[in-house]
Design a protein around this ligand. Structure first.
Ligand code: C5P
Length: 226
């Protein structure tokens, strides 16, 4: 894998025009274009097609519903041209197996473990175990169901790798090349540190998309990965 291929840039912008312009600028400088809910709710499969004209699409819909509904959504997303698609591991084994079956060889499934926005108090209020226990459990469950990749916070990389072994692709957001500019991430990690901790793919948004020169910002991250 080229270092640049380890970068998934989050195209968190409100309009398709902005997403396409960024994708055009970043073609060849990153491995994936992450299309999230904002863009997908506004533009649907057109967003996948438009961005997909510039490179592989990582469709971050975090699907979580009854197995049949998720399976149908997975088929539709695969048909739209997504290469990676997120589902919530918390949907459970039956939902995950249905998603895996629906994905077949057409799209790779990525299971989200615990959202880093859920703090210890939120998890307790939901009567859920702390993240340190819940994340490896969800990771194992998703991999046992046949999911190819997992999303986890930088701090959870060690525990997840220990739980699932070398094969699954680990994807992590919260990457900050400049420790002085972490935005809203409570525990950010530098790109090289994240890869050293076991990440395969880094989700990077604002450090690239809000840079004066997004391509140069992506190149600097790739260079840090060696
Ligand atoms: O701009 P920034 O690099 O923070 O963007 C990170 C991307 O990763 C956003 O699209 C955000 O929704 C996503 N993400 C995150 N933290 C999580 C899960 C997803 O930042 N725990």
């Amino acid at each position: 894998m080229r270092p640049a291929d380890r970068i998934a840039v989050a195209l968190d912008v409100p309009t398709l025009a902005e997403a396409e312009a960024l994708a055009a600028t970043l073609t060849g400088h990153v491995g994936w274009f992450k299309v999230g809910l904002e863009l997908f709710v506004a533009h649907g499969p057109d967003a996948v097609a438009a961005v997909g004209a510039h490179g592989p699409v990582f469709l971050d819909l975090k699907l979580h519903d009854i197995p049949t509904t998720v399976a149908r959504a997975v088929r539709t997303a695969a048909g739209a041209g997504a290469g990676l698609l997120t589902v919530h591991a918390a949907g459970g084994p039956t939902m995950l197996r249905a998603a895996v079956e629906a994905a077949a060889a057409d799209v790779r499934l990525v299971a989200v473990t615990v959202l880093t926005s859920l703090g210890a108090e939120d998890l307790a209020a939901l009567a859920l175990p702390p993240a340190a226990a819940r994340v490896p459990n969800l990771a194992r469950l998703a991999v046992d169901a046949g999911v190819d990749a997992l999303v986890c916070a930088p701090a959870d990389l060690d525990g997840v790798r220990a739980a699932v072994g070398a094969a699954p692709l680990l994807i992590t957001p919260g990457i900050r090349p400049d420790p002085a500019r972490v935005d809203d991430h409570a525990r950010a990690l530098g790109p090289a540190e994240a890869v050293a901790a076991g990440a395969d793919l880094l989700v990077v948004g604002r450090p690239i998309t809000r840079a004066g020169d997004p391509a140069a910002a992506a190149d600097a991250i790739a260079a840090a990965l060696g």
